[in-house]
Write a protein that binds this ligand. Structure first.
Ligand code: 5GP
Ligand code: 5GP
Ligand code: 5GP
Length: 208
C-alpha cells in the first residue's frame, strides 16, 4: 500500500460578511451579475497546517478552467460572489482561490470537487440563520464577540475563528468567520489552531 505524504492537515472554510467588506475605506464593487444577497458569502476553502502555517500556489500546471464548473456557476454566483473592484463575474476570484489554495488539496479534491465541497459546506452551515436565531442581526448594532462565537459554537459544535475589519470611521466590524473542516472537505472539525483574533470585545454587524 502506497503511503502518500500528507499535503495539509485541515481546511479553513472562510465566509465573509459583504457589508463589512464594503464598509472599508477601500469600498467594494458589486458583481456584474448584480448585488449579492444580504448573506455571508464564501471567501475560500484553505488547506492549512496544524502549526498555523499554510501551503499556497501548489501546482501551476493545473490552472483554473471555468468550463469544469459550469454546472455550478449559478450556485457560485449566489454563494461565492466577488466584491472586489473592478466588478467582475466572479471568475477572477474563483480562479485566484483555485490557484492559490485549491491546488494544495488537489490530491484529494479536483477542481470540480473543490468548489462543490465549499458550496455544500455553506449549505450545511447557515451562518446567518444561526446568528439571527440567536438575536444577532445585520442591523448596524453592536454585539459582544463572545455572544457571536457562542451562538456559532452551540449550533455547529465547534468554536469558530472570527476576524474583523474597520469601517471608514474606525468601528470594528464582523468580517470573516473561520470554521475548520477535515481533509475530505466534508465534515466540520474542531480547529487545531485559530486565526489570531483582531476584533474588539463588541463588534458591529453592519447591514448590507
Ligand atoms: P489577509 O492578510 O487579508 O488576512 O489574508 C490574505 C490572504 O492570505 C487570504 O485571502 C488567504 O488567501 C491567505 N491567508 C490568510 N490567513 C490564512 C490562514 O490562516 N490560512 C490560509 N490557508 N490562508 C490564509
Ligand atoms: P486571498 O488571497 O485573500 O484568498 O483572496 C483575496 C484576493 O481575492 C484578493 O486579491 C482580492 O482582491 C480578491 N477578491 C476578489 N473578490 C473578493 C471578495 O469578494 N472578497 C475578498 N476578500 N477578496 C476578493
Ligand atoms: P488582493 O491582492 O490580494 O487583491 O487584495 C489584498 C487585500 O485587499 C485583501 O485583503 C483584499 O480583500 C483587499 N481588497 C482588494 N480589492 C478590494 C476591494 O475592491 N475592496 C475591498 N474592500 N478590499 C479589497
Amino acid at each position: 500500500t502506497q503511503v502518500f505524504a500528507q499535503d495539509f492537515d485541515f481546511f479553513y472554510f472562510v465566509q465573509q460578511w459583504p457589508g463589512s467588506y464594503c464598509d472599508t475605506r477601500q469600498s467594494c464593487c458589486y458583481p456584474s451579475t448584480g448585488k449579492p444577497a444580504a448573506d455571508f458569502g464564501i471567501h475560500g476553502l484553505w488547506p492549512n497546517y496544524n502549526d498555523g502555517t499554510y501551503p499556497s500556489n501548489c501546482d501551476s500546471r493545473t490552472p483554473y478552467v471555468a468550463s469544469k464548473i459550469s454546472d455550478l456557476t449559478r450556485r457560485m454566483q449566489s454563494d461565492w460572489p466577488t466584491l472586489a473592484c473592478p466588478s467582475g463575474s466572479g471568475q477572477t476570484f474563483w480562479s485566484h482561490e483555485w490557484s492559490k489554495h485549491g491546488t494544495c488539496s488537489e490530491s484529494i479534491l479536483n477542481q470540480h470537487g473543490y468548489f462543490q465541497a465549499a458550496l455544500d459546506l455553506k449549505q450545511q452551515v447557515n451562518l446567518l440563520q444561526i446568528l439571527t436565531s440567536a438575536g444577532i442581526q445585520p442591523n448596524d448594532q453592536y454585539y459582544s464577540l463572545d455572544s457571536i462565537s457562542q451562538a456559532i459554537a452551540q449550533a455547529t459544535g465547534h468554536t469558530p475563528g472570527i476576524e474583523c475589519n474597520r469601517d471608514e470611521s474606525g468601528n470594528s466590524q464582523l468580517y470573516q468567520i473561520y470554521l475548520c473542516v477535515d481533509t475530505s472537505g466534508a465534515s466540520l472539525v474542531e480547529c487545531p489552531v485559530l486565526p489570531t483574533g483582531n476584533c474588539s470585545s463588541d463588534v458591529q454587524f453592519p447591514s448590507f
